[in-house]
Design a protein around this ligand. Structure first.
Ligand code: NAD
Length: 501
């Protein structure tokens, strides 16, 4: 039996919907430039996680609908890939502008469907606009290595080409933003696309299709709503899909990679994380604690790069934990519609709420102590108290598994070697941070940490110019930056024999 935590009050809204039904997008698939009625009647119910009330229901797409979307993307490919980078860039800039002009509505939809506080939803939309602008610029800036004769009388030219039709499967934690991280570089690199939103959070992406329908040629960008095991599975195995790009859990990543193996399509995987936060005895503890107030609890901790696993030197562990608990105690929890100052909203769904609550119960059973928070907050809605778990033992579930909720665990270490070993002992390798004032350490330790991003004296600070992606169980391939454009394209060598003609 789960105990309800009373130290945090959930601020409630009036219950009025923050998006009028007239502003909802059509709840249909978007294929070949138009919204289409689904083939069958089964739907998925979409809820407002702040109160559990149903707000919409969207079609569960079929394999045949995926096939139609792939065929449309395939038909649109030749014309789209032949456009110059400048042409594609101009269209993507218009997409960015359209999103920006509708930023408030998109943010409200995202907030309603995913339980995002105002600041998070606003940041997601701003990041979405910017990745379209970045990709529009980047596709024009990339030039390949110069041509040359490496064999006498044979000139080699290196071409960078789009891959073809790409299937993109995205999660619910940043519905619009994680999709934009894929859509923008995929289209900029000259590919066409079929997108599958997470079943819990399709609304902002359906709105995006509606908003941009007149900007992109028919078939370039298609969307099919539905279940992972149907729509996602068909995209992963489809013989005419050149690559499947997934942001999601490790389990889904493995399934997608297996399904993709038959057709030997490329796979791009942005999976889970369990970012270690390594705090040395010489660190600015106050800075670390205030930074983690954000980096551990942003988006209710439903963040693959969240700073969730503190490894702190035993000599400063108590002082640091006190500072962290003090920071966490002032977090404003509530329905995102209850005010722009709400900082921590609900988790996305009933299932996920139960999952996180289960982690907390088992952590305490395994000897951890909740220094603050520790469990679900009073309903309705899927709220969990912001939590700091101390006395977490190495090797326990809470120390090694991605909880994906507003929970930071605190473990201690004695030596630098031990800190590095422990940071690397989890199967994930997405992100990490190192906190120290020592210059040598700030250069040396990040090199030895197995994570795609390592911050020094900060955590969860992202920019669209720099790559994002993991090692080990966190997957492979890079989102953001010019590296994403490379991942979504292929290299061709053309050699011209020019003697005696
Ligand atoms: P999930 O794996 O359950 O779902 C992600 C997407 O995959 C959904 O669209 C889902 O329908 C689809 N899917 C599920 N099973 C599938 C299958 N068999 N075949 C094809 N598609 C399938 O993940 P989630 O719960 O929506 O998202 C949370 C996870 O995403 C966390 O593990 C988080 O760390 C990870 N994530 C990673 C990053 C990153 O950049 N590395 C970013 C955000 C989230």
């Amino acid at each position: 039996m789960t105990t309800t935590i009373t130290s945090f009050q959930v601020r409630r809204s009036s219950g009025e919907l923050t998006v009028q039904s007239g502003d909802f997008p059509p709840l249909q698939h978007f294929i070949d430039g138009e919204f289409r009625d689904p083939q069958r009647e089964s739907t998925t119910t979409v809820v407002n996680p702040a109160d559990g009330q149903e707000i919409a229901s969207v079609p569960q797409g079929t394999a045949a609908e995926v096939d139609a979307a792939v065929a449309a993307a395939d038909a649109a490919l030749p014309a789209w890939r032949e456009r110059t980078p400048q042409d594609r860039s101009e269209i993507l800039l218009k997409v960015a502008e359209r999103i920006e002009n509708n930023a408030d509505l998109l943010a409200r939809l995202e907030s309603l469907n995913a339980g995002k506080p105002h600041a998070v939803a606003e940041d997601d939309v701003a990041g979405t606009v910017d990745i379209f602008r970045f990709s529009a610029g980047a596709c024009r800036a990339i030039t390949e290595l110069g041509s040359a004769d490496y064999v006498t009388d044979h000139t080699s030219v290196i071409l960078r080409e789009p891959l073809g039709v790409i299937g993109a499967i995205v999660p619910w934690n940043y519905p619009l933003l994680m999709a934009a991280w894929k859509i923008a570089p995929i289209l900029a690199a000259g590919n066409t696309l079929v997108l599958k939103p997470a079943e819990q959070t399709p609304l902002s992406l359906l709105k995006l299709m509606e908003l941009t329908a007149d900007l992109l040629p028919a078939g370039v960008f298609n969307l099919v709503t539905g279940l992972g095991r149907e729509v996602g599975a068909r995209l992963s195995e489809h013989p005419d899909v050149a690559m499947v790009a997934l942001t999601g859990s490790v389990g889904s990543g493995k399934t997608v990679a297996r399904a993709a193996s038959d057709s030997l399509k490329r796979v791009h995987l942005e999976l889970g994380g369990k970012a270690p936060v390594v705090i040395f005895e010489d660190a600015d503890l106050k800075l670390a604690a205030t930074s983690l107030r954000n980096a551990g609890y942003w988006n209710s901790g439903q963040e693959c790069g969240a700073g969730t696993r503190v490894l702190v030197h035993e000599s400063v562990a108590e002082e640091f934990t006190d500072l962290l608990v003090q920071e966490v105690s002032s977090i404003i929890v509530g329905d995102p519609a209850a005010g722009e100052d709400v900082e921590l909203g609900p988790l996305v769904s009933k299932e996920h709420h139960e999952r996180v609550a289960g982690f907390l119960e088992r952590a305490v059973a395994e000897g951890a102590t909740a220094a603050i928070g520790g469990g679900p907050l009073e309903g309705p809605g899927y709220f969990i108290a912001p939590t700091v778990l101390t006395s977490v033992q190495p090797g326990t579930e809470a120390a090694g598994e991605e909880i994906f909720g507003p929970v930071i665990t605190v473990e201690t270490f004695r030596t630098e070697e031990e800190a590095i070993d422990r940071a690397n002992e989890v199967p994930y390798g997405l992100a990490a941070s190192v906190w120290t004032r020592d210059v040598a350490r700030s250069l040396g330790v990040p090199r030895r940490i197995d994570a795609g991003t390592v911050w020094v004296n900060s955590h969860l600070v992202l920019a669209n110019e720099v790559p994002w992606g993991g090692f080990k169980g966190s997957g492979y391939g890079r989102d953001l930056s010019a590296y994403a454009l490379q991942d979504y394209s292929r290299t061709k060598h053309v050699q011209i024999h020019h003697a005696g003609h």
